[in-house]
Write a protein that binds this ligand. Structure first.
Ligand code: FAD
Ligand code: NAP
Length: 550
């Protein structure tokens, strides 16, 4: 290490102690590097530390929604259900942190407010909310794609005297909802999981729906010891295969690589029925053109509409629950246990707030049109400022004081989802341009963490100090990400993938929609071409460039 680095407190700072942060902390330490983790929450697990709402579960099967990088972890941990509950996933995060002895590396209850690159020392100066700073060569943002809540600005919301909760900030001491009148605003994955769980407890539940979503049954159930033993026996191959699929997990036999048009109407129905019975969002891959061909999409959407009409007894309610404003897959498909069935309960009412919008909230009611709905509790299942919200909340400044949020004001992109020009040695795990939320996130996270260490190894190999992508590489990656998205129906929905859920946010499809296997291929191809798109240099040369620029 050069003398410029002598003032460093650590080799690396990792922001966030979700699964990405845990993997990074372990990986830095394994390589003999010093590392400081910083986490706003009081514990590990990220998403699963915060999301303690009733009904929370993963929608990727548990055996795949877990780490593959450490053979002992996957052999020692045993999932109990096909789709684990939030508490079980949180326990898994705690198991990982304890088993790998990571807790001592993390400063909990501490928020990173800024990260500023010092061109003279070549260090990232990371400012914390307790007024202290940490200096490190490498700064990794493992801050999560879905960790900054999106709260609606409804007139009068501050006057409400009852309780208001967001699923992503659910109180750790779960609130008593028994006997209460509760409104859930929002019918994305969080709302859809909450509704059946909350309906069982409360006196009355109002589900305020702006847009209906496509909901597929999880077909959840216990994992039997023989199933689990087989998975554990075949884990290495299973993990390898997961990177070779579009979604980041092994595909069931209900998935075909043929378009819907290659089947007769009866065969299509039979295949969709089998996919429905199999369960999960992989239903959207029953035919390989569901998310690219409007006709195929309609076939699958009509099938779901038929299911909704079959489950929901009141035909008028069923009609309102059928999506008409976006194609299947355009918004993240929801996976449920008993969502549509909940509307057959006498204590559950669907309130269509697209037809009759919310006017205001009073001290004890929500006014929808002329109607006042008296409630004790409001649950704002209104989602997240996804992918960029958490990064933009931190004052990140690179070379010449350039702010990341300014660089991203007309559209956000990171090269391979991981790095931005002018921000040397700063990494964004599952940043914009990554397959991230369109895949099993564990696979995205592990692949990104490996990429970070591939780049650091190359840095050392070249005797260089800093790595960053070129502007040209970023632009060409951005074009690739946009071209892939434009070839799908995903861009036609007002989804959070596009930032459409946050007023004023730039409309731009942020994730890489080509699938995990294709992303891995892209990365490998670029790295094999002498790390195409990356520049490796030393701090002094940047300081000289900086002086020349002035
Ligand atoms: P996170 O888990 O979001 O962790 C980021 C951490 O960074 C948080 O703890 C946060 O407090 C911390 N942080 C952020 N900013 C700062 C700051 N400035 N200073 C200090 N700390 C900070 N994905 C799937 O693939 N399958 C699923 O089934 C699935 N289910 C989900 C269910 C829910 C309810 C939600 C909200 C998301 C789900 N996801 C799912 C996506 C999920 O976010 C990822 O799977 C994964 O948990 C993300 O891990 P992470 O470490 O990248 O980020
Ligand atoms: P979301 O998908 O963005 O859904 C938010 C809901 O709130 C939508 O129905 C939206 O309606 C509504 N909404 C937003 N602002 C509103 C307003 N001002 N007035 C009325 N309604 C409003 O958020 P989410 O449900 O929290 O899910 C986010 C993501 O987290 C998911 O897509 C998924 O990736 C992940 N997640 C996964 C699971 C799981 O099953 N494992 C569970 C929860 C979350 P519009 O559609 O009209 O905008």
């Amino acid at each position: 290490m050069t003398s410029a680095y002598e003032t460093a407190d650590f080799d690396a700072v990792v922001v966030g102690a979700g699964f990405a942060g845990l993997h990074l902390l372990h990986s830095f330490r394994e390589r003999g590097m010093t590392v400081q983790g910083v986490e706003a929450g009081d514990g590990v697990g990220g998403t699963w530390y915060w999301n303690r709402y009733p009904g929370a579960r993963c929608d990727v099967e548990s055996v795949d929604y877990s780490f593959g990088f450490h053979p002992d972890l996957q052999q020692e941990w045993s999932w109990t259900e096909r789709y684990a509950t939030g508490p079980e996933i949180h326990r898994y995060a705690e198991f990982v942190a304890n088993r790998l002895n990571l807790r001592d590396l993390i400063r909990f209850r501490t928020r990173v407010e800024s990260a500023v690159f010092n061109e003279v020392s070549g260090l990232w100066v990371v400012g914390l909310d307790d007024g202290t700073e940490v200096r490190a060569r490498f700064c990794v943002m493992a801050t999560g794609c879905l960790s900054t809540t999106n709260l609606p600005d409804i007139e009068g919301i501050g006057d409400f005297t009852g309780d208001i909760y967001h699923p992503g900030r659910w109180p750790h001491e779960s609130p008593m909802l028994q006997g209460k009148r509760v409104a859930v605003i929002g019918t994305g994955s969080s709302g859809i999981q909450l509704v059946p769980a909350v309906a069982r407890e409360v006196a009355q539940l109002y589900v305020l729906q702006r847009s209906p979503n496509y909901v597929m049954p999880a077909q959840n159930g216990p994992l039997h010891p023989e199933q689990l033993a087989e998975v554990k026996r075949t884990y290495p191959e299973r993990r390898r295969m997961s990177r070779r699929t579009r979604r980041g997990f092994p595909l069931p036999t209900t998935v075909t690589n043929q378009p819907a048009s290659s089947f007769s109407a009866a065969e299509q129905h039979e295949r969709l029925e089998a996919a429905w019975a199999h369960g999960g969002a992989i239903f959207t891959s029953t035919f390989d053109d569901i998310t690219t061909n409007p006709d195929s999409n309609q076939v699958a959407a009509d099938f779901i509409a038929g299911k909704i009409r079959g489950i929901v007894k009141d035909p008028a309610v069923a009609t309102k629950l059928i999506p008409t404003d976006h194609p299947l897959g355009g918004k993240r498909p929801c996976v449920d246990t008993g969502y549509y069935e909940a509307f057959n309960r006498p204590n559950v009412e669907l309130v269509d707030i697209r037809e009759t919008p919310v006017q205001r909230i009073t001290s004890n009611a929500i006014q929808v049109g002329e109607r006042l709905i008296d409630v004790d509790v409001i649950i704002l299942a209104t989602g997240y400022d996804a992918i960029t919200g958490t990064l933009n909340a931190i004052d990140i400044r690179g070379r010449r004081g350039v702010k990341l949020r300014d660089e991203w004001c007309d559209g956000a992109m990171a090269y391979l989802g991981l790095m931005a020009p002018k921000f040397p040695n700063l990494f964004t795990i599952t940043g914009p341009g990554s397959p991230s939320v369109l895949c099993n996130m564990f696979v995205s996270i592990e692949q990104h963490v490996e990429l970070v260490f591939t780049l650091l190894a190359e840095l050392r190999q070249r005797g260089a100090e800093v790595v960053e992508p070129t502007q040209e590489a970023l632009e060409s990656w951005g074009e690739r990400v946009a071209d892939i998205a434009d070839s799908t129906l995903l861009v036609t929905a007002n989804s959070w993938y596009l930032g459409a859920n946050v007023p004023g946010k730039v409309r731009q499809f942020m994730p890489y929609a080509g699938g995990m296997a294709s992303f891995v291929d892209d990365c490998e191809a670029l790295l094999s071409m002498d790390f195409e798109g990356f520049t490796f240099g030393d701090v002094a040369s940047y300081s000289e460039q900086e002086a020349a620029a002035r």
